[in-house]
Design a binder for this molecule. Structure first.
Ligand SMILES: NC(=O)c1ccc[n+]([C@@H]2O[C@H](COP(=O)([O-])OP(=O)(O)OC[C@H]3O[C@@H](n4cnc5c(N)ncnc54)[C@H](OP(=O)(O)O)[C@@H]3O)[C@@H](O)[C@H]2O)c1
Length: 265
């Protein structure tokens, strides 16, 4: 593996790309789907809310590309496998499977329950892993393609209120790293996407000030630019992600003190 140069193989130009976005009904995934359609891509849109997927696909700014609606619950592995076959059949190939879907619930130690934790891990961890399991054989058979997984800067290290969410995202980071090691030699790209705070229905519930909050449209732009640069880890916004990357390397004593100071928790 080369020490310099892009980490991922090139994707086709967006106007020629065939992309499956899972979690495309609102939030970051909808913004990415709109941006791809506006660039002329063929985009399959999945999530549970079929009506919202149709709204995204029918957005006038999305008129250049071709949209295919594939409503599904991505924790249903047989539904995912069937949808992938339909997308491949319609598009003839899939260049990128982008897994954006996820959920969030604030949890502190004294609020932890087994049932809630399992429900969150089912969506945030088993959901993406199930999609990857379903699509890898097809991508290998094509001999090309890529998988993008949206994790979070909250997966770098433990943060207050993110007791199970942070664990799910840390696991996804490790999963994406290992996936890269397996798939890159086989000409399949892997993108690990670690956003900071993005304004979406998910973060609209947050009661605390969110530093360096950006719009879903700006997040979509960062994701597509990172893929054009063929990066492995696409982290943003830089003003926030650079600080988080620095904190990642602090010894525990300094890290815990810095987090308490920044959050008051
Ligand atoms: N917003 C942020 O600040 C932020 C920061 C870091 C990381 N992230 C991550 O970025 C991703 C997107 O976040 P967001 O803020 O855009 O969230 P959001 O506004 O809540 O959107 C979540 C998307 O996932 C879909 N989804 C949820 N459960 C699903 C399921 N079981 N099956 C299929 N689709 C499902 C939702 O559609 P339906 O409800 O229609 O199914 C929706 O399209 C998540 O993985 C999140 O953890 C977000």
């Amino acid at each position: 593996m080369a020490l310099f140069g892009p980490l991922n193989p090139p994707l086709p130009a967006w106007k020629d790309a065939r992309v499956w976005v899972i979690g495309a009904s609102y939030g970051i995934g909808a913004a990415v789907a709109r941006a791809l359609l506006a660039r002329g891509a063929h985009v399959a849109l999945s999530a549970r809310s079929a009506d919202k997927l149709r709204d995204v696909a029918g957005d006038p700014s999305a008129a250049k590309g071709a949209a295919l609606i594939e409503p599904l619950d991505f924790t249903d592995t047989s539904a995912v496998a069937r949808a992938f076959e339909r997308v491949r059949g319609a598009f003839k190939r899939v260049d990128l499977v982008l897994i954006v879907a996820g959920t969030h619930k604030e949890v502190r130690a004294w609020e932890l329950t087994d049932a809630d934790s399992r429900a969150l891990l089912e969506v945030n961890l088993h959901g993406p892993i199930g999609v990857v399991a379903a699509v890898v054989p097809g991508l290998l058979a094509q001999g090309r393609g890529a998988i993008g997984i949206v994790s979070s800067l909250a997966g770098y290290r433990g943060l207050p209120k993110a007791l199970v969410y942070g664990a799910s995202k840390a696991a996804l980071i490790n999963f994406a790293e290992t996936l890269y090691l397996d798939l890159r030699p086989k000409n399949i790209g892997v993108y690990l996407i670690n956003p900071g705070f993005v304004k979406t229905p998910l973060t609209d519930r947050n009661q605390f000030p969110m530093p360096n909050l950006i719009s879903a449209e700006d997040a979509a732009g960062e994701i597509l630019r990172g893929m054009e640069r063929r990066e492995f880890e696409i982290h943003f916004p830089k003003a926030f992600s650079r600080k988080m990357r620095l904190l990642r390397h602090l010894p525990y004593r300094l890290y815990f003190a810095a987090v308490r100071r920044a959050t008051g928790l």
